[in-house]
Design a protein around this ligand. Sequence first.
Ligand SMILES: *Cc1c(COP(=O)(O)O)cnc(C)c1O
Length: 404
Amino acid sequence: MSTSASSSSALKAPSLGKEDGLFDHIPLMRPWIDEDETEAITAVLKSGWITQGQKAIEFENTVAEFIGNKYAVATNSCTSALHLGLRLSGVGPGDEVICPSYTCMATANAIHMAGAEPLFVDIDPLTYNTDAATTEAALSPRTKAILLVHQIGLPADRDAFVALCSKRGLALIEDAACSFGAKYKGLNLGAVGKAVAYSFHPRKMITTGEGGMLISDDKEMADMARILRSTGASVSDLERHKHKGTLVQQYLDTGYNYRFTDMQAALGLMQMKKLPQMLAERKAQAEYYNQVFAPVEAISGPFVPDYAQHSYSSYIVKVHRDAKVNRDQLLEAMAARGISCRVGIQPLHYEPFYKERMSRLDLPNTEQAARDTIFLPIFPGLPEADLERIASTLVDLVSGKQRV
Ligand SMILES: *Cc1c(COP(=O)(O)O)cnc(C)c1O
């Protein structure tokens, strides 16, 4: 087996070692940050300009070019990027926005921040994403927009949602937080679209500590997002600085502080250089898991439809009824053997905040996914020996060869 995807690449994620203090313990995930990032951030600190400036623009341009769309607006988080995308799509108080319950609380928070209410729909049991038919059945006269989540690194069938939105006059906003580098019909998510949001939190594909990006093909949306991102001012700090303070800003609207710092941008630019290697390592690791798990009837790995290329920000496994252990026992048994796994995603309609208001919801596929799935470690630099140990331990446990 070989998980080193391109041996010709100069970049290689460092393996876990004693210095990580994790020698006997495999983490779920670890960002790949080394001297390159440290030096890049130090250079920004020494430059005297640390908040949003030239580096942030450079990072935006690099991401826009990679994604293949016209505009990229960096923000302090994906939540902020989603909020801007919703607000600039005309979502406001009294509106309802459809999204999955099987997602990060941040998805729904962005809807509340825009003054609207989320309505949760069920997912497809194979892809863990929402589908257009289920979504269409849930539409109400109050529905203003669909917030489509591309969950766990797997693109949803966005063309079906584009068709639905155009048929019913709805806005489409996309949460691609954890799917940077994934592809839909050969293109990056956000290569087409008006409001597609990414996250650069350390749990995602590349990291800037915290950070996000709104991708758009719409000039007006991008221009307004830049204004709202920085207090609603018509002139950015950098433009004012370049004019030696002679440019005066106006406030055409109330805004936010969603700015992205040049320190984050320096980190992001280094991460972009590592992205091809990161994607290749994750893919090779996922393919190894796939191949080991394929003959094991008690579990299934991720299903990837023909239209998609998975980025494997997480590797999800479904534990079937006939497994010798249930999901929770499996999680504990893996932890006892020094392997950190996690329950997949906690549905939002289980949360105290939603329990009352969503009491009538029936989301069987979401509930089954919450009960039966587990995330396995996957990240650049995960040693092959560890990968093999994770896979064989899991198989032994579900088939009863190792006792819990
Ligand atoms: C991580 C995540 C977010 C939130 O991203 P932040 O950058 O932390 O705001 C939103 N949606 C999904 C699906 C996520 O995985």
